[in-house]
Write a protein that binds this ligand. Sequence first.
Ligand code: GDP
Ligand code: MG
Length: 794
Amino acid sequence: MSKLGNNTKNDKVKSRLLDDEPVGRTVQVVRVQGDGAFRQRLLEMGFVRGARVTVIKNAPLQDPVEYMIMGSHISLRHSEAAQVEITDKDAEFCDMEDAFNGVVETEVAGLDPMADNVLRVVLIGNPNCGKTSLFNNATGAREKVGNYGGVTVDSKEGWFNIDGHKVQLVDLPGTYSLTDYSPEEMYVRTYIRDNHPDAILNIVDAGNLERNLYLTTQLMDMNIPMVVALNMWDELEKSGDKLDIEMMGRLLGARMVPLTAYNGHGVKDVLQATMDAINESEQETLHHNVNYGQLIEDCLKELGEMCPTLDRYTVLKIIENDQHAIELLNSQDNAEEVKKTAADMRQSIERDFNNDIVSIITDLKYGFVRGALAEALTPNPDRATDDTKPGYSMDRLLTNRWLALPCLLVLMWLMFEATFTLGAYPQEWIENGIGWIGEWIGGTMPDGILKDLIVDGIIGGVGGVLVFLPQILILFFFISLLEDSGYMARAAFIVDRIMHRVGLHGKSFIPYLIGFGCGVPAIMATRTLENRRDRLVTILTVPFMSCSARLPAYLLLVAAFFTANQGLILMSIYLIGILVAGLTAIIMSKTFLKHDKTQFVMELPPYRKPTARNAIIHMWSKGKQYLQKMATIILAASIIVWALGYFPRHDGQTPQEQIENSYMGQMGKAIEPLVEPLGFNWQMGVSVLTGAAAKEIVVSTMGVLYTGEADADEESASLKEKLQTATKPNGEHVFDPIVAYSFMLFILLYFPCIAALVAIKREAGTKWMIFEIFYTTGVAWLVSFIFYHVARLI
Ligand code: GDP
Ligand code: MG
């Protein structure tokens, strides 16, 4: 019987809150208060009884705080640290290692791995433990590698060959545990249940076994053949720690193989061991599980007999009162009886251990891991401390109280400039090239609809797609460097306090920033957010960041209608965009996209040297993704918008008459009553409609409608004059500063361009794309309406 169960010293210990501890102090965890998802996540991250935590530093804005626990660095907000009760680091109140009871064995019947005609191996492990590196190495696939939790969000599939078999390898999202508190965990859990993998390849960070093996204890209970790959073996060897693999494997009852995934050392052995495990599973085998001590083992046995179809993992989850596990019972006749028995068991276990069930099980699992490590791992007494690790001196600068924000801004500025200024060169070449091809075809083809379709519709449309490509490539090259180096998590740490105000996580900062350049890569960049809710809120609010395509319209209107304070007026537009995004995020977080609290426990991975190879792989895969999946739709949509402005045709029309009489022109006139309350006329309505294809087109449409010149831009004096002198039928000026500002507000806020919408559809789904169309246009209308009428009153 575990001593933990009878441990009542716990109640006598005097505890205080982690939040009040000064930087540099090391303390011991007594317990985590509260309940629910957040608490569970903290426990799983290692905040269990007796664990030592060191306060590393405050973020530059004083919140959140960096802590070190079980060798990993974790960021917690003050409000969250205030839920952790701690005591002095040498207080004696807990004998964790004694919770080690070894393993129990379960007989597992032989299987036929080829029953479903594929051999399937799933790759499971904590974020950043090297899953994707192993996946790339084993399958030769070009998969994104990131030093940042949750880069892999969907599963990726590849194949490797061994012993004449073709084996499917699936890269699942990184998780710390297999509860149901995050969509990623749920995804992994249901994936295993629904796809019956033939083996689990559990990859762990050998330098951080205590935390990594927690997940292993859960996987062990699933009774699926498993191999544990001890990755980062190079780092473990360098640290001087000694791990007795053979003993460790025996204690845990699992196959263990050392691995250095990023250079491929040990990949073959790992795959071979996996294949051996699959082969062995054809016979009846003894599977090893964590021994939770007599009381719990008796309960597991009794309940397991009542639910013969469920695995040990699920049975334990039922005792833990896990809703998803309990749902699995419903197909069973004796569901009610099982639930009642489980509830009784839970009560008696909680009484015996004098603790709640979630803590008891987590404590026991960690106790098991620690007990095994105490036997098998000999830490190097002179092991390098944190301050001598590479990256530490850099970290002191990068997260320094005064220098962190300037450093962040400089880095962001560099990335932004590279993307949008450097990117402008290839962009111009592409534009020129496309223009040249268009002219060439224009010169050789006879006039007619076909020529116009090819030159203006298709080639113009392809051009509209290709111009984004250089920006996407450059941007993702930089993002990959930021992620792989570990800086991305620090950037989130630095700005978290600001983003928290609107209910978001620090990580949303980067997509927002990119949004000022272009919404398409910004929306693609939300993939770096591991939490789906945050990702959705960010995707839906990014279009309010005024992208560079809208700038020409502002420049034209500001130059034409404002003589003083032009810069301030322009800036006010950008600020209003930020404000609307912030308010939208707050409203969404308070209503239909409520917080999921687990997200705030963020790991700060060690700094690692990024490699150009990874960055190029990442850049290329993003570029390919863009061209394959999005370009087709963007192209089709551009052709439709072109056709709406081109048809119906009448001979002898000026370009001005042509667009006025086109379907687009008719639509513009039809919506005139809708935009009239904003101070707009039908020409502005048409411009807004054509701007749906791309926001740059707003200005060129105005050019056609007001001057008859197709190539008018924001600098053409004639367009500016025409706008200044345009009059309504009743003789009043069409534009004045109020109308112009109202129009700018509308352009800022309405309908994101088609390319951005396609990106939203891809990342969030059709439902949210449609929502976004109505939401942004609705907000634009409302804001312009209020502005127009209030300004008229003043
Ligand atoms: P994932 O999040 O589990 O998919 O992990 P990744 O494959 O993205 O790797 C995270 C980081 O660890 C990257 O910077 C890799 O270059 C690095 N890495 C992966 N395997 C090893 C290894 O064996 N040794 C060392 N030192 N670094 C590794
Ligand atoms: Mg990955």
